[in-house]
Write a protein that binds this ligand. Structure first.
Ligand code: CA
Length: 222
């Protein structure tokens, strides 16, 4: 697997360790240690994935994640030294693709990087009966109305719409949205689906797109 990975990490030793392992695995790497440099760099260099430390000088990982998400869907893996932080981060719906707790083994990080890249690969614009999903801008337009979805809602809709008519259980959807299922409950998916449906209903009051299948899960169908 190849790709350009941006390592954002202020601990130089850790950054250099990650750097070595990722390069050995065949990736190109770049390293930034100051949070203020990240968004401009990402705009300019267009990396394939960002490994983003939460606690950074200049600007913290939270703000960086939000800022990058305002213009890019580049996969982001957040790293934090506190496991309890991860729950809070998930609740904030930052749009990060995965979370890794420190201390981690560089081997584990490489595995997660590969997993996220496989999962997020090949996203294109989907068009289906009045619905346009623009992955680069994380923008879903239905009947010419912007649904203003969060990154998680977008990913859910994108996945379901790309597999029209197929029924997915909550667990399957969670696996799609988060690779670290330990920290997410079933109810998270229900609540995302609920919000997503509400937004769809605003643009399409007479037609449902996402259907619940009792006792099984959800499907996208017109
Ligand atoms: Ca740090």
């Amino acid at each position: 697997m190849t790709g350009k990975i941006l390592i954002v990490e202020d601990e130089e030793k850790l950054a250099s360790l990650l750097n070595d392992y990722l390069r050995q695995a065949g990736f190109e790497t770049s390293w930034l240690s100051n949070g203020l440099d990240v968004a401009p760099w990402v705009r300019d260099q267009n990396p394939d994935l960002i490994l983003l430390d939460l606690m950074l000088p200049g600007r913290d990982g939270l703000e960086i994640c939000k800022e990058v998400r305002s213009f890019s869907t580049v996969p982001i893996i957040m790293t934090t030294a506190r496991v309890e932080e991860i729950d809070r981060l998930l609740g904030l719906e930052l749009g990060a693709d995965d979370y890794i707790c420190k201390p981690f083994s560089p081997r584990e990080v490489v595995a997660r990087v590969k997993a996220v890249l496989r999962r997020t690969d090949g996203g294109a614009t989907i068009k289906a009966d009045g619905l346009v999903l623009d992955e680069l801008r994380l923008r879903a337009v239905l009947n010419e109305q912007d649904l203003e979805l969060t990154a998680v809602e977008f990913k859910l809709l994108q996945f379901l719409a790309a597999n029209q008519g197929r029924i997915y259980g909550r667990q399957q959807l969670m696996d799609r949205i988060y690779s670290d299922e330990r920290v997410v409950s079933d109810r998270t998916i229900d609540s995302h689906i609920k919000k997503l449906r509400k937004k769809i209903a605003l643009a399409s009051p007479n037609e449902e797109y996402i259907h619940s299948v009792y006792g099984v899960g959800y499907k996208f169908e017109r």
